[in-house]
Ligand binder design. Structure first.
Ligand SMILES: *Cc1c(COP(=O)(O)O)cnc(C)c1O
Length: 486
């Protein structure tokens, strides 16, 4: 819109930007434009409690939709295998600089496309640094195009039988921490540590004992579904005792580190030799990953592409630079603190209504409800909540009797609702909505009349009543209030 002209209705730059973008897309494939428009409506209408999701700012979203997407930029800043990377260098250097400042890290590699990719880069870097093998040295010194068949054969042998110790899946660890269905479980011989059966808390003595017995090359800390603090100083001591490299995967809680809620012993970056993360969870950036490390690992980490990563996504690196700049603002620290305050209020509200929580509460952004107390499986609870407009995900709990598919847990998290502006008083209402649904859901029966782990029955009217109350709550905190596509 020309400067000085009077808009016919209130508009914001972001409304104009997204409306115009949809108009351009509609000219080619209207169904895609419609789906994008429908997605913001769906997100606006749902009470999103998925602990790994968030809402990135319009600036972050817009930084991704441009011609940076057209550039190949294999290599690193100032050392590319492709010509014409001047502007990509600018945004990649900015993203890395913001990341180093934000996390106090000596080195940041901002090319990984996702958290899983960041972990692969980290595994490669630690193997290349720590495993003695001429093939690994050659792979590190050259471009992978220049490796011979024999080099690759030697490399496969050198990588064999390396060991990794990580948190077990049912205690909240991640698939990429050495579990079978993931490539990490084929690259490494894996063993896991769990939580204390009585308290549900991480048992450092058990971690230490496992590390001394197993002698891993990599000790991994970090989780997707553990609601408590982890003391990374102790984890580093354990790693040092057995000569392991400490790797922390902070994919879930990076926003709490960036926002200075996790400091001292609970900030992984000063303690771990290498820290990986996603950028789209509590950190509230674009979908992507990142590796932070000390200077001894930097040269190995920077070789992530093309060793294990596809070409960098310059448009996403531009958005990472924007997101990290946002996270360096003082408001982000306030946001991070509110995430935890909200999670604790939600936990209290659930407990007051009789819910059982794994570890009886939370120190971070997530709460794990043991829904067996309601006589349900995680799958039944997840479906009943979804019927009522509440989006969560089922999750295994420690020693889960229902396994990883049906599960006995519901994982809920507060980063997204906190971005929307909901506060602690409203978390009590959210707790009431969740409790109301779960208390009025009963397991269904299978064809042969046995109790089903999948089917559920929700008492009449509950889904509609709860959806309406959720909609009222959301109406008070509109999502993307500056964006009007009508
Ligand atoms: C989410 C998550 C990942 C994977 O991130 P993607 O971006 O989905 O690849 C890795 N590790 C942990 C601990 C996670 O929670």
């Amino acid at each position: 819109m020309a400067a000085g002209s009077e808009p016919s209705q209130p508009y914001t730059p972001e409304s104009t930007a997204f409306r115009s973008a949809l108009e351009v897309i509609r000219g080619v494939e209207p169904r895609v434009a419609d789906a994008i428009g429908a997605e913001i409506e769906d997100q606006r209408a749902s009470l999103k409690l998925i602990a790994s999701e968030n809402y990135a700012s319009p600036a972050v979203l817009l930084a991704m939709g441009n011609w940076f997407s057209d550039k190949y930029a294999e290599g690193t800043v100032g050392r590319r295998f492709y010509a014409g990377c001047r502007n990509v260098d600018t945004v990649e250097a900015l993203a890395a600089e913001h990341a180093r400042e934000l996390f106090g890290a000596p080195h940041a590699y901002v090319q990984p496309h996702s958290g899983i990719d960041a972990n692969l880069v980290a595994f490669w870097a630690v193997l290349a640094q720590r495993v003695e093998s001429p093939a690994l040295e050659r792979a590190q010194a050259r471009h992978i195009n220049d490796l011979s068949e024999e080099d690759w054969a030697q490399l496969r042998r050198a990588l064999g039988d390396q060991r990794m110790l990580g948190m077990s899946l049912d205690a909240g660890g991640h698939l990429t921490h050495g579990f079978r269905p993931n490539i990490s479980g084929k690259m490494f011989e894996q063993r896991s540590y769990g939580t204390h059966p009585a308290t549900g808390l991480l048992d450092y003595d058990a971690v230490r004992a496992a590390a001394h017995e197993f002698r891993p090359l990599i000790l991994i800390a970090g989780y997707s579904a553990y609601p408590r603090l982890v003391n990374f100083r102790i984890m580093r001591e354990i790693a040092d005792e057995v000569g392991a490299t400490l790797m922390v995967d902070m994919a879930h809680f990076a926003g709490l580190v960036a926002g200075k809620v996790f400091t001292g012993d609970f900030d992984p970056v000063p303690h771990a030799q290498i820290t990986t993360t996603t950028t789209h969870k509590s950190l509230r950036g674009p979908r992507g990953g990142m590796v932070l490390c000390d200077s001894s690992l930097a040269e190995y980490v920077d070789k992530g592409c093309p060793m294990v990563l596809g070409g960098p996504l310059p448009h996403v690196m531009a958005a990472k630079a924007v997101a990290f700049a946002e996270a360096r603002q003082p408001q982000f620290q306030d946001y991070a603190q509110r995430i935890v305050d909200n999670a604790q209020a939600l936990a209290e509200g659930l407990k007051r209504r009789g819910a059982t929580l794994v570890t009886d509460g939370t120190d971070n952004h997530l709460v794990l409800i043991d829904v067996s107390g309601y006589g349900l499986t995680g799958r039944q609870a997840e479906s009943a909540l979804l019927d009522s407009g509440i989006v969560t995900n089922r999750n295994a709990i420690p020693q889960d009797p229902n396994g990883a598919w049906y599960t006995s847990g519901i994982r809920i998290g507060t980063p997204a609702l906190t971005t929307r502006g909901l506060g602690t008083a409203e978390m009590d209402e959210v707790a009431d909505l969740i409790d109301t649904v779960l208390a009025r859901t009963t397991p269904g029966t299978t064809a042969s009349g046995k109790p089903s782990k999948a089917q559920h029955t929700l008492a009449g009217g509950v889904a509609a009543q709860v959806s309406e109350r959720a909609a009222e709550l959301l109406a008070k905190h509109p999502l993307y209030p500056g964006i009007d596509l009508s």
